[in-house]
Ligand binder design. Structure first.
Ligand code: DAH
Length: 331
């Protein structure tokens, strides 16, 4: 049996160890067979033989257990060695990152308004009907609600369709004067060359105490100055329009930066590019937040649209496809 124990101690693999265990202690094992001898002994012999066999069995089992642990440890060690990753290995791929063009554009827009003493406000992406529509003078069943294809949740909440609800939240939290912009993502159920279900807007709101403190001229000045900061020496015009939350309302065009105003494909041969919506804050909006004896203006713009014009990107979807060949060009 000494030899068998030695064999156990010299095994190199768990499978080999199991073979030895079966050969000794299995149904047809050597030790098992010896236990069978007990049946043919008389009482006296039985006692000594049983003692001897049990000691042997214990010895074998002890050695099997020890060797099993040794081999398992060895196996773990070699597996860890094989799976080791050398984090100091040199990486030949070019891993230098870059800001996304939409964020670069947003940074520049924010830079202008901060320099003009506007503050930066944020609002939630999941909005309620009151802030996204009702308080912005868009009551239920108002036809202008159809302008925005809304994503609704089961509980009546919705993904904000524009950044204008931040106007309402700001006025509910602060007293005038207010001078703020609110950048952020907005969501509409829409997808083609010029629309994606998520895009970015910047909202602007200025409110002063006094019915005549803020006029349309203040709005014209800031937006003209802003567009010149962004695009250089462009011509700017205000075209009468409609938004439920402003009265009067206007859309702002600038002379086409691709053809200089003579007409091309980008401006549909009009010489003008539409870039902003704006107006004097509608009195119904002030009523919704219980503001009295105030005046103000508001505006809203799409950041992707600005980025398309600024960087000359023809397809809006290029901003959302994460194609490195495109994104690398903005490093
Ligand atoms: N909320 C409008 C939109 O999503 C943009 C807008 C237009 C915002 C005029 C304004 C505004 O504050 O005065 O289309």
């Amino acid at each position: 049996m000494k030899e068998q124990i030695k064999k156990i101690q010299q095994t190199n693999a768990l499978a080999e160890l199991e073979e030895i265990r079966i050969a000794l202690l299995g149904k047809k094992g050597i030790l098992t067979a010896r236990f069978a001898e007990l049946k043919t002994c008389n009482a006296e012999e039985k006692k000594t033989l049983a003692q001897e066999l049990n000691t042997l069995k214990q010895e074998v089992e002890k050695n099997l257990a020890i060797q099993k642990e040794v081999l398992e440890l060895k196996e773990l060690e070699s597996r860890l060695k094989a799976e080791k990753i050398d984090v100091s290995l040199f990486n030949t791929a070019n891993t230098k990152g870059a800001n996304h063009p939409v964020m670069l554009m947003l940074d520049r827009i924010v830079e202008y308004f901060l320099s003009m003493n506007f503050s930066l406000n944020m609002g939630p992406l999941v909005e309620d009907d009151f802030h996204n529509f009702e308080a912005l003078n868009l009551p239920k069943y108002h036809p202008a609600r159809d302008m925005q294809d809304t994503f609704y949740f089961n509980d009546g909440k919705l993904l904000r369709t524009h950044t204008s609800p931040v106007q309402i939240r700001t006025m509910q939290q602060q007293k005038p004067p207010i001078r703020m912009i609110a950048p952020g993502s907005v969501f509409r159920c829409d997808y083609d060359i010029t629309h994606t279900p998520m895009f970015h807007q910047v909202e602007g709101l200025v409110v002063e105490n006094g019915k005549d403190s803020i006029s349309f001229a203040n709005l014209k000045f800031i937006l003209e100055d802003f567009l010149k900061f962004m695009f250089g020496d462009v011509k700017v015009r205000f075209r009468s329009s409609f938004f439920p939350f402003t009265e009067p309302s206007a859309e702002v065009d600038m002379s086409c930066i691709f053809c200089g105003g003579s007409g091309c494909r980008v401006c549909s041969h009009t010489g003008w590019l539409e870039v902003l919506g704006c107006g004097s804050v509608d009195v119904n909006v002030f009523n919704a937040v219980r503001y009295e004896n105030v005046s103000g203006y508001a505006f809203g713009l799409g950041v992707e649209r600005f980025a398309m014009l600024y960087y000359g990107v023809p397809d809006l979807r290029a901003f959302f496809e994460s194609n490195l060949k495109v994104l690398e060009q903005f490093r």
